[in-house]
Design a protein around this ligand. Structure first.
Ligand SMILES: *[C@@H]1O[C@H](CO)[C@@H](O)[C@H](O)[C@H]1NC(C)=O
Length: 192
């Protein structure tokens, strides 16, 4: 009896994801999302906005290991360098011209980049730092649809992680890492 109460008090069940529904209660709406025809609001510092369709928006994405998103870009807007530690990303352009790139790991750190037009498809391997930028002329907007190979891919935006850590990563450490003046590091840290 002592053993029983020990287990009762010592464990709670933690679920990575969401609980599954009874199959008999499942309806079409559980596999459905409407909204990717809507433009994201790109009025922000980087000029882009992602509209995600994850398990939070579409319950049927619980466990298959896949999700979709729309990314809108203002003229010259960027999706800043970032990484998804748990997902490969595939992107297609449905409007405009988008420069895309990723950087290979050490020691080469080779930039693989390309300009994509409507209908082109590009893949960003899991874990690598990558970016996108609208390079359309004039006031051209750009729209991409992406798929990621995880229900919880995570996003680590490099600038936010390095210069926007809470509390700050020590500025002298970053100055040495970036071989820059501490004042330059302070200036960048003040923006994140
Ligand atoms: C877009 O975002 C900006 C900045 O947050 C905000 O001021 C503006 O009202 C938003 N526009 C729309 C249409 O929601």
């Amino acid at each position: 009896m002592i053993t029983t109460s020990f287990f009762l008090f010592a464990f709670t069940v933690l679920v990575n994801g969401f609980a599954c529904k009874d199959a008999k209660l499942v309806q079409a709406n559980g596999f459905f999302f409407s909204g990717l025809h809507l433009m994201g609001n790109t009025s922000n510092a980087v000029g882009s906005q992602a509209t995600p369709v994850t398990v939070a928006q579409l319950p049927g994405l619980n466990t298959p290991g896949i999700l979709m998103a729309r990314i809108d870009f203002a003229p010259w807007g960027i999706n800043p360098p970032h990484t998804h530690p748990r997902a490969t990303e595939i992107l297609t352009v449905i409007e405009g011209s988008i420069q895309v790139g990723f950087v290979t790991s050490n020691p080469e750190n080779r930039l693989i980049n390309k300009v994509l037009e409507k209908g082109d498809v590009f893949v960003f391997p899991e874990g690598l730092v990558h970016f996108q930028r609208n390079i359309g002329y004039g006031n051209a907007i750009a729209i991409a649809i992406v798929g990621l190979s995880s229900q919880n891919p995570d996003v680590i935006t490099v600038a936010n992680a390095i210069f926007g850590a809470k509390p700050d990563i020590p500025n002298d450490l970053l100055a040495k890492a970036f071989q820059a003046d501490v004042k330059v590091v302070d200036q960048i840290q003040s923006k994140f």
